[in-house]
Design a protein around this ligand. Structure first.
Ligand code: MN
Length: 253
């Protein structure tokens, strides 16, 4: 199996190395990641300046490629330049931090997998959900390899990807695996206003997640209850129910 591995935390991120080590036995793994952290870069691509691909090494000395671009750029460059369009699986991660609910579109990790899906390659995004600080990547890495084998056997539908979130716990503390749907996350106090030394206002985007115990079957709920969450995600964002209702709308050009 030919695997393109990328992330949005940058080529030096420990989650990238754990994914690489777990996927190595499955075949050839080509690592191509942003040269610096690019979290929350969403599906951005670089159009108005050149991109560079530089040889890099991971912490264990194994070879990788670093790009000046975004996670989605990494997938495109890896696919076209490094792997001659012969890619069986795209893996993005393992991200340090959750990618749940409506946060997916902000995520460089998930959008890198989306880029893989656009290219017609089965794609998986993997994140570890924990408090800031020490993340437990081992269980997520082992699960990524298991899921990669399953996806190789079962295939994914065209224009879809899998978004995986793994609690940052030891394997024996993870309760199981749930196939989930994307949750409906909402944030409170999204903007924090502060004042700089010259008396001018500046702002931090942050916010705290509003707890919603009615969002049954969601990725958020599964992870909260200690399960690995696997959500099938599709590129087609058409609101089909609204489209059906719009048949009755009257409007002229
Ligand atoms: Mn990240």
């Amino acid at each position: 199996m030919r695997i393109l591995l990328t992330n949005d935390d940058g080529v030096a991120a420990p989650g990238l190395l754990s994914a690489k080590n777990a996927l190595d036995p499955l075949g050839e793994v080509v690592v191509v990641a942003p040269e610096r952290p690019r979290s929350a870069s969403g599906h951005a691509i670089t159009l108005h300046k050149p991109l560079r691909l530089c040889e890099a090494v991971l912490a264990d000395g194994s070879p990788a490629w670093a790009t000046s671009g975004t996670p989605s750029d990494c997938v495109t460059l890896g696919f076209d330049v490094l792997m001659s369009q012969r890619v069986d699986l795209v893996v993005a991660g393992i991200n340090a931090g959750a990618n749940l609910g409506f946060d997916l579109t902000y995520s460089g990790t998930v959008m890198a997998a989306m880029e893989g899906a656009i290219l017609g390659v089965p794609s998986i995004a993997v994140s570890v959900v924990g408090e800031n600080g020490q993340m437990e990547y081992g269980p997520a890495a082992a699960f990524t390899a298991k899921l990669a084998r399953l996806v190789e056997r079962e295939g994914l539908d065209r224009w879809t990807l899998l978004n995986v979130n793994v609690p940052s716990r030891r394997t024996e503390e993870i309760r199981g695996v749930r196939f989930t749907r994307q949750g409906r996350t909402q944030y409170d106090e999204r903007v924090e206003r502060r004042t700089d030394p010259w008396g001018r206002a500046y702002y931090w985007l942050s916010g705290s997640l509003v707890e919603d115990d009615t969002d049954h079957g969601s990725d958020v709920q599964a992870v909260k209850e200690g399960y690995i969450s696997v959500t099938p995600v599709q590129l087609d964002m058409t609101a089909t129910q609204l489209l059906a209702r719009m048949k009755d709308w009257e409007i002229t050009k």
